[in-house]
Design a protein around this ligand. Structure first.
Ligand code: IVH
Length: 668
């Protein structure tokens, strides 16, 4: 039975790949449907074989199956506030920025819908494509999925701009969510996950069976302006046939707290989930002047509702061992429903937090969940019958090595290093993960499996796995195709940019940003390695140089030196270098910077030298031009900027201050 299932899933995966990625179908729709039906029947009769949705994803991860669409204007997120004081500060910031007096600002207030954001593009008044937000710069092409929904217009009237992108939120009503969960074994945790899971389906046939809705609420790119105020924009969207949230209102700054309270009261009775209210400056000319800070507009804010709370029993305090040996406690709870999500685990932060709040297994505790954040334990409500101060382990629960805590640290660490299986596995998982080598198919479970099978003991072993392809193919759950896919995924990563390589090593405190700083400073792998080894000597020139790199500092220098002082690490590095091609600087193609692929114009006087700014932008994959046009993505304005800045405002382009540019270029 399991073999048959594997065969079916492999064939479905191959068909998906051929259809979506290669645009060259290898079977008829009818044959494809028959395969899927057989899987569905098999799983219905044998639920122990697995969860239908997850099993299918093994064959076809949605993210790679969708074509990518680059957003002409980035899709940003919103900053949050939680109190009237924070909101007042947000307004004060706007006034300061604009140099305004104390007169109240005017907003449009809209419920913040808990769904997923979507961008719909219309060309010559016809709907052409739809994209998810993705990473804000590039989203997934979900046009086929949107076309199964009847809740938005396919055409716009002739007076609409000839090209326009309209943004909004796809969501599932509470009613449709409950009905969906009732109708299938796969249970979604909440309407938002259900909406995302339903929309991001490679098989648009599945989306068609789910009831999804859409509220339109924002502008993207447009060939001409639609309205002078956001309110008028919303009315126009309504005229064009979009659903616009009926609770939206024009309010003045002084009315925000009352509006917030009234929506908070209405929340439970609304037919859909909301997690706050979004306040947007009504005047679009003001919005343009205010611009953006980092990844959020300066002219809008999400005022979120307070986190949701519940009480339950703390069953156990489990200790997990991380990549750097940190012993992290987590609370295992009697499952409890917190605002619609079944919670079974919560974070306990660290040893001191447990002691301070005096948590002990057996206690009844209060927990809270704020949006997507992992639930947290707040306090003991009733101590358990055998309540006593919790004894945090002094030895690693995995390898039994001593676990020590430096006096200035909150964290206790296993001293087992690379003799501790937990640390080895976590490091290998990190090595293969997204921001590091990004090897498709080498997720947590596979790394664990290969480690236990003795195929994978250290990072270089990852690149030796292809020589074990035949053996892997015979393993349970694997086959020739999946083993060949894994080989291909590994081979595709034999060449790696220096910053990713440094990050992949999993050295303490060397996250993506520090890895980039180091790569940029030392340029090549060989140069970095030579300098790091020299820096192991305290007081050496190399050590001083390392500690003085802007953003690195002495603590990080100590961690790096500790890594390079270990002969075992040097041996691993050399072995890896022999197996790989480590490329010198991030190139346009590998850059994950928000500036990658963007066209930028610098104007006015900057505090940094113009050639430096240009070189940095280009190194991150941007194109720097002299003149401002509709094709320009960002205009960076320095002091005394003149006609170029004016033109940028006229064209409604995204204007960045030098500080914002520095932030995006990670030069801060
Ligand atoms: S406006 C540039 N309005 O909230 C501002 N967003 O936390 C664009 N959201 O990604 C967003 N309801 O998915 C806006 N009425 C609303 C919204 C809303 C929900 C979501 C949206 C966005 C996220 C930011």
């Amino acid at each position: 039975m399991k073999d048959r299932l594997t065969t079916l899933l492999t064939r479905i995966a191959a068909a998906n790949e051929a259809y979506h990625a290669k645009d060259a179908p290898i079977m008829s729709d009818a044959d494809y449907d028959a395969l899927r039906r057989e899987v569905a029947d098999l799983l219905a009769a044998n639920p122990e074989l697995g969860d239908p949705t997850e099993l299918e994803q093994v064959g076809a991860p949605p993210a790679s199956g969708f074509a990518k669409i680059t957003h002409i204007v980035p899709m940003l997120s919103l900053d949050n506030v939680f109190s009237p004081e924070d909101f007042a500060e947000f307004c004060a910031r706007i006034r300061r920025f604009l140099g305004l007096d104390t007169s109240p600002l005017h907003f449009v207030a809209e419920p913040k819908i808990d769904g997923l954001s979507i961008s719909l593009t219309y060309e010559h008044h016809k709907f052409t494509h739809a994209a998810t937000r993705g990473d804000g710069t590039q989203g997934e092409d979900v046009t086929r999925n949107l076309l199964t929904m009847d809740c938005f217009p396919r055409k716009l009237p002739p007076n609409a701009p000839s090209r326009i992108e309209i943004r909004g939120e796809v969501y599932m009503t509470k009613h449709d969510f409950l009905a969906l969960n009732e109708s299938q074994t796969r249970q979604f945790a909440n309407p938002r996950n259900a909406a995302a899971g339903s929309l991001r389906q490679l098989d648009a046939g599945i989306t068609a069976q789910r009831k999804l809705s859409l509220f339109a609420y924002a502008q993207g790119d447009a060939t001409s302006p639609v309205a002078a105020t956001h309110w008028a924009y919303l009315q126009t969207l309504k005229d064009w046939g979009f659903d616009v949230n009926p609770l939206s209102q024009r309010i003045s700054e002084t009315g925000a707290a009352v509006f917030q309270a009234s929506i908070g009261q209405a929340r439970a009775t609304l037919p859909y989930d909301i997690d706050g209210v979004v306040y947007k400056i009504d005047d679009i000319a003001l919005q343009t002047r205010l611009g953006f800070v980092g990844r959020a507009p300066r002219w809008a804010i999400a005022w979120k509702f307070p986190a949701e709370r519940a009480t339950t029993m703390l069953e156990d305090i489990e200790i997990q061992v991380g990549r750097t040996g940190a012993l992290t406690p987590r609370a295992k709870l009697t499952p409890v429903n917190v605002g619609g999500v079944l919670v079974q685990y919560a974070t306990l932060h660290n040893e001191d937090e447990i002691a301070r709040k005096d948590f002990c297994p057996g206690d009844v505790v209060e927990l809270q969940r704020a949006g997507d954040v992992i639930p947290q334990l707040i306090r003991v409500v009733t101590p358990g019958p055998r309540h006593h101060p919790f004894a945090f382990p002094t030895h690693c629960p995995v390898c039994a090595s001593l676990a020590v805590r430096d006096s200035d640290e909150a964290v206790r660490r296993c001293t087992g290093g690379l003799t501790c299986p937990a640390q080895i596995i976590e490091r290998l998982i990190h090595f293969c993960s997204r921001g590091a080598f990004d090897i498709e198919g080498m997720g947590d479970k596979t790394v664990q499996e290969f480690y236990e099978a003795g195929l994978l003991k250290s990072a270089p072993d990852v690149f030796k796995l292809p020589s074990h392809e035949a053996e892997i193919a015979t393993r349970e759950g694997w086959g020739k195709l999946s083993a060949a896919n894994l080989t291909a995924a590994i081979e595709a990563r034999r060449s790696i940019a220096l910053p990713r390589f440094i990050f992949a090593l999993g050295i303490r405190r060397i996250g993506e940003n520090n890895a980039k700083l180091l790569a940029r400073h030392y340029g090549s792998y060989a140069n970095w390695r030579t300098n790091m080894q020299a820096a192991t000597e305290i007081g050496s020139d190399a050590r001083l140089e390392l500690g003085s790199i802007s953003g690195v500092g002495p603590t990080i220098a100590t961690d790096l030196a500790a890594f390079f002082a270990e002969p075992h690490n040097i041996a691993t590095l050399d072995e890896l270098a022999g197996l790989l091609t480590i490329t010198d600087a991030p190139t346009a193609a590998t850059s994950t910077s928000p500036l990658a692929g963007k066209t930028i114009v610098f104007t006015g006087t900057l505090s940094m030298a113009r050639p430096e700014a240009k070189a940095r932008a280009e190194a991150l994959g941007a194109k720097v031009t002299e003149s401002v046009s509709k094709k320009t993505d960002y205009v960076v304005v320095g002091e005394d900027a003149g006609s170029k800045a004016k033109k940028a405002i006229e064209l409604g382009l995204v204007i960045l201050t030098e500080a914002q540019f520095r932030e995006m270029a990670e030069l801060v």
